[in-house]
Ligand binder design. Sequence first.
Ligand code: CAO
Length: 419
Amino acid sequence: MASTKILVPDMGDFKDVEIIEVLVKEGQQIKKNDSLITLESDKSSVEVPSTHEGVIEKINVKVGDKVNKGDLILSLNAESATEQKKEAVSKQKKVEKTEIKKVNPRKPKEIIPVVPTSQTGSKSASPKVRKFARELGANVVEIPGSQRGGRVSEEDVKNFVRSQVTVSGGKVEKKVHKEEYQHEEFGEIELKDIPRVKRLSGPHLVRSWTEIPHVTQHDEVDITEMERFRSSLYDYYTGEKIKVSPLAFITKALVSALKRFPNFNASIDTVKEKIIYKKYFHVGFAVDTPHGLMVPKIRDVDQMSIKEIGVALRKTSRLCRDLKIDKKEFFGGSMTISSLGGIGGTFFTPIINPPEVAILGVGKSFDRLVKIKDKFVSRKILPISLSYDHRIIDGAEGARFCVYLSECLGKDFAFKLAV
Ligand code: CAO
């Protein structure tokens, strides 16, 4: 049996340094360079990495111990690591086989719908961030990281703490809601796991809703002429009707509005206190899938015809539903459209998809009798709901955006969208 001892390394001037965190457990399999403990002195805090791979047999230290160079941290068994690895690989293969059979015939790519968060127990964060989290009484493992690979930043710690507490009358209280009665006290219930896509998007939605001062403006757009044109489209050679979703026209109109109002195609850098203006037009759209809501982007929509947008919408939503979309396609958007028009309903309050600053909600169009020159005529009305970040867009600009969008989809749509 190969037992390896991991000792406290040479840390220069450090003497009697306190262990403030033990990051591993006995029986846990670790890789070379995995962090084992965090040491903290007056000057800084450092994580001590493992010099070997293996399964931890015994941990010889605990939080609060003071250590020096050469002290024993833990002992590892390198052989059982290899065995555990083999077992894990064969288990993983079995799981993959059954899951792939159930979901689709090809191995699905990693799907992260809105925000990249690590689902593993160990979280990556710098010692400085870990120290900061500890000082605020937060456990870094529970904090969703917004950086590459789910790494937790200082800003993430602040956001997490803000979302966990309420301050009233100068008193800080933890937000914990406990139901007074258990659900099963009222009848039969069934417990199910929250689907993975919903688990991942949940914290992102909470962050958006609690941190961004949302304003939602509702409007009605007269799309009679546009709808007449859309339903009259047919293939010149085959004579067959061409089906293009109203969403393709709306997307084209949105790009035109984004060009006119650059504040809507922007993001806020709260650290550097800057506004980032995007010169590209990548429109995100919410796709309802059996796995949960996904928001992929269609790139460079300004360079596409309405027909091409229609094709891209169909192709991208199919990729989402089949779990074949690439993770990167959920990032780097200008603005999002959430269309419930194919389902029903009128107005709603769409939640902004950060780092974007606005989202357009679209309801189902309906017929309405409108008085024009003393006569009642039937017109096709599209309900829209525009949510925007009030830190960067003010109400007047929101209203102007809606008016312009209405013009782009209104009776002169052909002229407006051709520009
Ligand atoms: N008014 C009236 N009819 C509309 C419409 C509207 N605003 N938008 C679409 N339709 C019609 C389409 O023309 C189509 O009619 P036909 O079958 O006669 O051609 C039908 O409704 C179905 O459209 P669709 O929804 O399948 O396709 P789409 O291109 O309009 O939308 C997509 C694509 C991916 C956005 C949609 O499938 C979807 O997933 N919508 C849900 C989005 C969602 O969940 N948003 C909420 C996010 S917040 O939780």
